[in-house]
Each structure stands twice: as structure tokens, then as C-alpha cells.
Design a protein around this ligand. Structure first.
Ligand code: AMP
Length: 354
């Protein structure tokens, strides 16, 4: 009898769903843990636990039912991570997760390796003034934790914006970052296995709408040199962390010659929305790659077979998923019940040419 290992996945959103599908294609079982009874990932696997992340009894049972644990989102409580990591192998590691959960830790780690926007920790109104004096304006004030899709961020263009930006975010530890005038935002999906093998995909060029990713287009309209450098930086990041799994690395491509060309904005210790295009045009997509990396399989082939554009379908846009010409389009509906405005409901990968 073949041994069928079970992969525990924390989080039941679309990323968990796509990971579960990839796991089952490779012959593994996926067991999803998520407090939301309507989790899209529950629909694609028989094994799931619907319980709070703080429910120690449910976590213990989950740990007993799986061979290893991974996750599809960053904001997992520390105690949950520690509880599970003490019982089963956790990939990516608790350390990688902790660094990416906190913008100060993340930027400090990245600054030791590569270029990032200038930044300062801000806890008081006085510290904000000091940070503005040191960094200059415009700048972006962000919460250090739990920010996503532009939430918990305020741009400070002129000194008089500081007061309202601070009062809106006050009460949390903040970070002030220099505003980067960029020509493009790009991202690299990188994978590393426990043996140190690494693989990267071509950088995607990302366009946001209302702070939410709208499209990822590949190839990105940057030079070969910039694309190669971005891939190299991504490999340096995962190697430095002794990372196991897939990571999304987001970059700004700066406008000005006097600045470094590439600045890392943030890292996501998981499969990433800007890597969904790999489903349609890569031999091994990012979801398969993550499963391979965390289970000790050799990494898959990241060759891109065609040019492609991924478009997110937000809210009621999901209703038009099958509208228009269907040729060279790969639709993906996450099966969510409520199309709330701004909610990621699905995406379309449109193949642009070979
Ligand atoms: P984040 O949550 O840090 O990924 O930021 C969300 C989006 O805000 C980014 O994709 C950028 O478009 C914009 N942004 C964030 N930080 C900066 C910055 N320091 N300079 C310019 N734009 C930024």
C-alpha cells in the first residue's frame, strides 16, 4: 500500500482551496482548518476542521490527523503557530511567518539583504514628526501588523496630513515608509525545498485597483536584467531564511536613476495572488510547487509556455466570468457564496500569445 500523507492547511480561502486541489493531484490528502463554515476550501476535500484558531482541543485533534502543516494566510495567532509547530512539522517555519507578520521585522530583515524604502518605527505623535524629518515627504504611514489590500495605510503628502493620518491609525504600532515613485510593481514567486533547491517564476507586472490587485501580466515590461535581478533577490531572501515552501516577493521598480532600481515592498510566506497565472501557462504552477516543496518532492518545472494576464474578479464581477470570447481563457471561480464588493471571487487567466 502506498503511504498517503495528509497535509494540514490553516485557512480555508481560495488559496487553501487551490493548495488542496494541487495536493490531491499529487496524491496527498488535504485537511483544512478554518473557523468559517462557508470556507471555499471545504468544498474540495473531505477532511476539514471548522473551529476557532484558539480552540486548543480542535488544534490537538487536527495535529493528530495530519503529517505536516502549512498555511494560506499570515495572520495566524502566535499561540496557534507555536502549538502546532511543537507537534508537527510546520512549513514555512514559524520564524518566516513571524518576520512577515510584522512590517518592522520584515523591513529590518530585508534591509540587511537588499534595498527597501527608508523606514522608521512610529509609536507616538512626536516619533511621527521625527520620522518625517528623517525620511521626508511624501511618505506612507502603515500599521505594522494585520494590513492587507491597502488596509491600515495612509499617505502623508504634506506635513498637515500627519495629524489625521496618525489619529486614524493611532493605538497600534506604526511604520513610516518613504513613498517610492515607481514605474512598475512586480512580484516574483519563488520556491525553496528543505534540501536548498530553489526555483523562481518569471516576474509578473501587477496593477492595483482601489489597493486590491487587479491584473498580473507576464512578462512584465521591465528589462531582462531587472527581471533576472528580481529573481536573484527572491532566491537570496528564501536562502537567508532557510525557507521551505513558496513565497511571493513584491518589488517596486523605482523611477529614479539615483535610487536602486528594485526595492522589495513585502514578502508573503505563502502562495500569492500574483502567481495565479502560473496555473494556466507553467508546467508546475505555484500551488503544486508549494506542495512539492513542503513534502520533500523535487521542485517542478517553472518554465512559462505562453504570455498571460491574470485578472481578478471582485464582488459581482464573478457573474460575468463566462461572458465574451472563451478562447485562450482559463476561468477560475472560488465557489464563494456572497459576492461582497471588493471580495476576491475568482479570476481569469487570459493567454496572450506564444
Ligand atoms: P502593501 O500593503 O505594503 O503591499 O501596500 C499596498 C500598495 O500600496 C502597494 O502595492 C503600493 O501600490 C502602495 N504602496 C505601499 N507602500 C508604498 C511605498 N512605500 N511607496 C509607494 N507606494 C506604496
Amino acid at each position: 500500500m502506498l503511504e498517503r500523507r495528509t497535509i494540514g492547511i490553516l485557512g480555508g480561502g481560495q488559496l487553501g482551496r487551490m493548495l488542496a486541489l494541487a495536493a490531491s493531484r499529487l496524491g496527498f490528502r488535504a485537511h483544512i482548518y478554518c473557523p468559517d463554515p462557508q470556507s471555499p476550501a471545504f468544498d474540495v476535500t473531505r477532511w476539514h476542521t471548522c473551529a476557532a484558531y484558539e480552540d486548543v482541543g480542535a488544534l490537538a485533534q487536527f495535529a493528530g490527523a495530519v503529517d505536516l502543516v502549512t498555511y494560506e494566510f499570515e495572520n495566524i495567532p502566535d499561540a496557534t503557530v507555536d502549538f502546532l509547530a511543537a507537534r508537527k512539522p510546520l512549513f514555512p517555519s514559524a520564524e518566516a511567518l513571524r518576520i512577515s507578520q510584522d512590517r518592522i521585522l520584515e523591513k529590518s530583515f530585508l534591509a540587511g539583504l537588499t534595498s527597501v524604502a527608508p523606514f522608521r518605527k512610529v509609536e507616538t505623535r512626536e516619533e511621527l514628526d521625527q520620522a518625517i524629518a528623517a525620511i521626508g515627504l511624501p511618505a506612507v504611514l502603515k500599521t505594522t501588523r494585520f494590513g492587507y489590500d491597502g488596509k491600515g495605510q495612509r499617505i502623508i503628502r504634506v506635513a498637515s496630513d500627519a495629524e489625521s493620518a496618525f489619529s486614524e491609525l493611532e493605538g497600534q504600532i506604526l511604520i513610516l515608509e518613504g513613498f517610492i515613485d515607481f514605474t512598475h510593481e512586480i512580484s516574483v514567486i519563488v520556491a525553496r525545498s528543505a534540501s536548498g533547491e530553489t526555483a523562481t517564476y518569471d516576474p509578473a507586472e501587477n496593477v492595483h485597483r482601489n489597493h486590491i490587485l487587479d491584473t498580473s501580466t507576464v512578462p512584465a515590461s521591465v528589462s531582462h536584467e531587472t527581471a533576472a535581478r528580481a529573481r536573484q533577490v527572491a532566491v537570496e531572501i528564501v536562502s537567508e531564511l532557510d525557507y521551505v515552501g513558496v513565497m511571493g516577493v513584491e518589488f517596486f521598480v523605482s523611477k529614479y536613476k539615483e535610487m536602486p532600481k528594485l526595492l522589495v515592498n513585502e514578502i508573503a510566506p505563502r502562495v500569492h495572488n500574483s502567481g495565479h497565472w502560473t496555473e494556466a501557462v507553467c508546467v508546475a504552477d505555484q500551488f503544486e510547487q508549494h506542495i512539492r516543496a513542503i513534502t520533500g518532492l523535487p521542485l517542478g518545472d517553472t518554465t512559462r509556455l505562453a504570455d498571460v494576464q491574470m485578472k481578478n474578479l471582485l464582488g459581482s464581477e464573478i457573474e460575468s466570468i463566462f461572458d465574451g470570447a472563451q478562447d485562450l481563457r482559463q476561468p477560475h471561480d472560488y465557489g464563494k457564496h456572497e459576492p461582497k464588493p471588493g471580495r476576491k471571487m475568482g479570476h481569469i487567466n487570459r493567454i496572450l500569445g506564444r
